[in-house]
Ligand binder design. Structure first.
Ligand code: XIL
Length: 358
């Protein structure tokens, strides 16, 4: 019996959730169709292969708080209930972000930009309502998303322009007030950029000095074939680790396509050309091998730093639903995640499982 079990496992039948149990949570971002359980195959994969889930869109300000006096809870309620049913950790993404937020947030009754006092009050209402509603049920929140530019300067978002950098502190304070036991995270892309991680490390120190709770920094980790390098990624992990900061890989994917842009600001767009969409018919074997190696190299790094990495979340269940098909160029065919367009687990996952020793 033992032999049988061992051979089944070495054939890669185990799930990533099981394999990573003593290392980190292994999560997936899911869309509204998947939250509603429309496709039974996907429903089963989400339940069996992952130990954590996060909403790809439905908890973002624009979706959950579309107008000042209106919240839309249905989908968010469903994902929290799904996590409980599946015994999976649910995390919240995201409370304060310059993208995917209704413009009403920044406009006063007179049609002009709101004062700092009004914006702070709106942030308070927004955060207390959302975090309060799921108190004790959502393990942690991406409190602020993408507050920095790649050069480490503060992004000149409306939050920053109206409130200055203190908007970040307020957001963490409100979130903590709403659920004192919830973990609180700062999340950003291009965390391999030295200017950015230096800025984030400084922010965490500042927040802590101001008495705020902050449990971890999320590195989105939207990757391409060449960028970021393994070295740059490892250096960024070291920097965070040396500063005593826990790490979450929050939005992992590796685009196999050529890329004109290595960041993840969703407002960045390039025009479609055929040259930028080369694998519509098939992926050459050498390219597939290269992608597989890149996944395994990165995953090996996550394992190496598993003492400080608390969760690895893949941004999308399968290649078909991945946002990479439409970012930063619309309408391409990408293959960036761990299950293919037919919901088949890629061979690379078996290797990841074997690499994950207990
Ligand atoms: C993306 C979603 O995947 C898309 O469906 C949506 O159209 C745009 O946003 N950084 C983040 C995520 O923090 O919320 C973004 O998700 C990807 C970049």
């Amino acid at each position: 019996m033992m032999f049988l079990l061992a051979s089944v496992h070495s054939m890669g039948q185990k799930t990533l959730a099981e394999a990573t149990k003593n290392k980190f949570l292994f999560g997936v971002a899911i869309n509204v169709q998947q939250i509603k359980g429309i496709n039974p195959v996907e429903t089963k994969l989400i339940k069996n292969e992952f130990s954590a889930i996060v909403a790809e869109n439905c908890m973002k300000p624009e979706q959950i708080h579309p107008e000042e006096n209106r919240f839309y809870w249905d989908d968010a309620d469903k994902i929290v209930a799904l996590g409980e049913k599946n015994k999976q950790v649910v995390t919240g993404h995201c409370l304060i972000w310059h993208s995917q937020i209704g413009n009403w947030f920044f406009v006063g009754k007179n049609g002009k930009e709101v004062s700092p006092e009004v914006l702070k009050e709106r942030m308070r209402t927004h955060i207390l309502a959302i975090v309060g509603r799921y108190k004790g049920r959502v393990k942690g929140w991406d409190v602020v998303n993408e507050a920095f530019e790649d050069d480490g300067s503060y992004r000149k978002s409306k939050f920053y322009n109206i409130l200055g950098k203190d908007f970040i502190k307020y957001a963490f304070q409100f979130a903590h007030q709403a659920d004192p036991n919830a973990e609180l995270y700062y999340n950003d892309y291009s965390m391999d950029s030295p200017a950015k991680y230096d800025a984030v490390v400084a922010l965490v120190k500042e927040l802590k000095a101001a008495g705020c709770r902050i449990d971890a920094v999320g590195s989105q980790s939207h990757m391409q074939m060449e960028s970021p390098t393994l070295e740059a990624t490892e250096t960024s992990f070291k920097k965070l680790k040396d500063a005593g900061i826990k790490i979450l890989i929050t939005e992992w994917d590796i685009s196999i396509l050529p890329s004109p842009y290595s960041g993840a600001n969703i407002a960045t767009r390039f025009n479609y050309t055929k040259e930028m969409d080369p694998y519509r018919e098939a992926i050459p074997d050498s390219i597939q091998q290269k992608w597989n190696k890149r996944v395994l190299d990165m995953y090996a790094l996550f394992l190496k730093y598993s003492d400080v990495i608390e969760r690895v979340t893949v941004w999308g269940l399968n290649d078909k639903v991945s946002w990479m098909n439409n970012f930063p160029i619309r309408g391409r065919k990408d293959f960036p995640v761990l299950f293919d367009r037919n919901n088949q687990r890629k061979s690379v996952v078996d290797k990841m499982i074997i690499m994950t020793k207990h």
